[in-house]
Design a protein around this ligand. Structure first.
Ligand SMILES: Nc1nc2c(ncn2[C@@H]2O[C@H](COP(=O)(O)OP(=O)(O)OP(=O)(O)O)[C@@H](O)[C@H]2O)c(=O)[nH]1
Ligand SMILES: [Mg+2]
Length: 577
């Protein structure tokens, strides 16, 4: 027997271990999930905080709201939403589900605001969400919950009707046990004649895990807003045919078959025939008791399915978001490479423009110096031109004649003095002989030395007449030389004036050259340098724009990478189906 006990103990230990391991895995997954959800939410928030010109990035940003809703859905209870025509019995069904008359039910359109029923341990209260500016008010509920009626149901009171119109939705926090595991949303009926009811209903459709579509047994074939079912993200859709107690008992089987034909059963996962009205004096009918069955079904089977629904939804959502993030990353990377190349080109252009500009500025400065040099050089040219303009022979002759003229003038004075002393020549003979040598030397180079020689020969021969003749000839020669000198001097003066004029003309031409040709060239270069500076500034502006787009791209790349990383981890926990 001992081995049976040992086997049982082993089995029990194995089961315990199995559950312990499962618990540990779940706990670890929960912790990991929490970590990656945080990383995901943070990356999403960063991404959503910046405008992007890229459609792919905007597609990722657009999923932020879905992400928040899914996160909230993951942590919350199962959400049950009731939809259907007005007076089909939605509020009555909820009351039957709760086992208490909480909501107002009337024969005419009644529910006036989307009403969310949730659980509270504390005193019961209502939170009213106003349509305008998203304001909320909290209101404690009366003992008998009478004020629920004024918050959610239409009355004949016009003032109250107007006040109700300003309410977006109402949350009721109640003590009802079923609400521990389930949030229930009651909605105003379709075709109540109030457009805002449909608008409010649509808002909450995405949140519901299960939709109960309420049909009035007597009007089940009425055309209704089935297209709403397409709008919902709900996993489970149940058709409830209510008020079957209105059909005589013996006709019910036929009526059910007829109703099944009338309503599009393919749109629903299940169909239930119920009565939400508890008979006052008789025992609860089978159809009324069916509501308790539905409650059990909701609380057990569907609640168990909910985790799977949410896991599927998460997996699907993560996969979609990852695809969107990958697309955005691809686009960003492509743009990034393009921008990188553009920026390199721009940088090259900016540097080229700057190099070109600096070169021009240096050239202009150098040219400024060169200009002065050029003027100086141009003016210096005159000193070279002057001798070029002056025929060498004329000048040399003129200079020589000038020198001769001086010497002849001296000789002439000497000869005059000698002629005056003619009579006493014999007494001055000795002196004349003494004077002969220096005079002869002086006249050696002179063209009139022959005359002088002859003069001195005549003096030596005491032939004073011949000496006188020679002296006269010498004088004539000197006069002729003087005339030649004057002529040469005049020519030289004319030449000088001509040169001066040439010099002035040349100087003016130089100035003109500097003013027009050089200056305009310099001005052109200066202008081009300024243009280059403007071009460079424009290029720099474009570069800055590109750079900020590049930085923004880097920012998006960083956060889409963080997003993808978190999504990869989350997809390991919630594999997409
Ligand atoms: N006989 C019978 N009457 C019902 C049943 N369910 C609801 N009623 C009545 O039908 C009327 C409308 O019920 P409600 O619960 O207010 O209907 P509703 O769908 O919430 O209507 P709205 O809020 O206007 O959209 C009320 O007078 C209810 O008493 C039912 O199963 N049998
Ligand atoms: Mg109602």
């Amino acid at each position: 027997m001992w081995w049976i006990a040992a086997l049982a103990a082993l089995l029990a230990a194995g089961v315990c271990l199995h559950y312990a391991v499962r618990r540990w895995i779940r706990r670890r997954n929960r912790l990991r999930e929490e970590r990656y959800w945080c990383a995901l939410a943070e990356a999403m928030q960063e991404l959503a905080g910046q405008d992007s010109p890229l459609e792919e990035v905007r597609a990722v940003q657009a999923r932020q709201r879905d992400l928040e809703e899914l996160r909230a859905a993951g942590s919350g209870k199962m959400i049950l939403m009731l939809l259907g025509e007005f007076s089909s019995g939605k509020s009555s069904f909820i009351n039957a589900l709760l086992g208490e008359d909480v909501l107002t039910t009337k024969i005419r359109p009644t529910t006036a605001a989307v009403t969310i029923l949730s659980y509270t341990e504390e005193d019961e209260y209502a939170v009213i969400h106003d349509a305008e500016e998203g304001r909320t008010r909290t209101l404690k509920l009366d003992e008998d919950r009478r004020n629920i009626q004024y918050l959610t149901a239409m009355t004949k009171d016009k003032e109250n009707a107007e006040a109700l119109q300003k309410i977006a939705y109402v949350e009721l926090f109640l003590h009802c046990g079923i609400l521990r595991d389930l949030d229930i949303i009651d909605t105003p009926g379709f075709n109540s004649g109030y457009e805002w009811h449909s608008i409010a209903t649509r808002k909450f459709l995405q949140k519901a895990d299960v939709v109960l579509w309420m049909f009035h047994a007597a009007k089940a074939g009425t055309r209704t807003e089935y297209e709403l079912l397409q709008e919902t993200g709900t996993r489970h859709k149940i058709a409830i045919v209510n008020q079957v107690d209105r059909i005589p008992a013996k006709e019910r089987a036929d009526a059910y078959a007829h109703i099944r034909d009338e309503i599009p059963t393919e749109l629903f996962d299940q169909i239930f025939f119920v009565s939400s009205k508890k008979p006052k004096d008789a025992a609860p009918s089978e159809e009324y008791r069916r509501i308790a069955e539905i409650r059990r079904y909701l609380m057990t089977d569907l609640a168990a399915q909910k985790e799977r629904y949410i896991a599927d939804r998460k997996g699907g959502f993560f996969r979609e978001l990852l695809t969107a993030a990958d697309r955005a990353r691809e686009r960003l990377l492509a743009g990034h490479q393009g921008l990188d190349a553009e920026m390199q080109t721009l940088l090259q252009q900016i540097n080229d423009a700057e190099r070109h500009r600096v070169a021009l500025v240096q050239a202009v400065e150098a040219f400024g110096e060169y200009r002065q040099d050029a003027v100086r050089a141009a003016l210096n040219v005159q000193s070279y031109l002057l001798p070029a303009f002056c025929p060498h022979g004329v000048r040399a002759t003129a200079e020589k004649l000038g020198a001769e003229s001086c010497r002849i003038a001296q000789m002439r004075g000497e000869c005059t003095r000698m002629a005056e002393e003619e009579r006493a020549l014999h007494t001055v003979y000795e002196e004349s002989v003494a004077a002969y040598e220096p005079l002869r030397r002086a006249y050696d180079d002179s063209p009139i030395s022959n005359i002088a020689d002859r003069f001195w020969n005549a003096v030596a021969n005491k032939n004073f007449t011949e000496a006188k003749d020679n002296l006269d000839r010498a004088q004539r020669e000197m006069e002729s030389a003087e005339r030649s000198w004057e002529k040469a001097n005049r020519e030289y003066g004319d030449l000088s004036r001509l040169l001066r004029r040439e010099k002035e003309t040349f100087h003016a031409a130089c100035q003109q050259f500097v003013r027009t040709s050089v200056s305009s060239q310099l001005a052109r270069q200066e202008r081009r340098a300024q243009e280059l500076q403007v071009e460079r500034a424009a290029l720099q502006k474009v570069y800055q724009e590109k750079n900020s787009a590049y930085q923004q791209g880097m920012f998006f790349l960083h956060y889409t990478a963080a997003l993808a990383d978190a999504l990869h981890h989350l997809l390991r926990i919630y594999p997409a189906r």
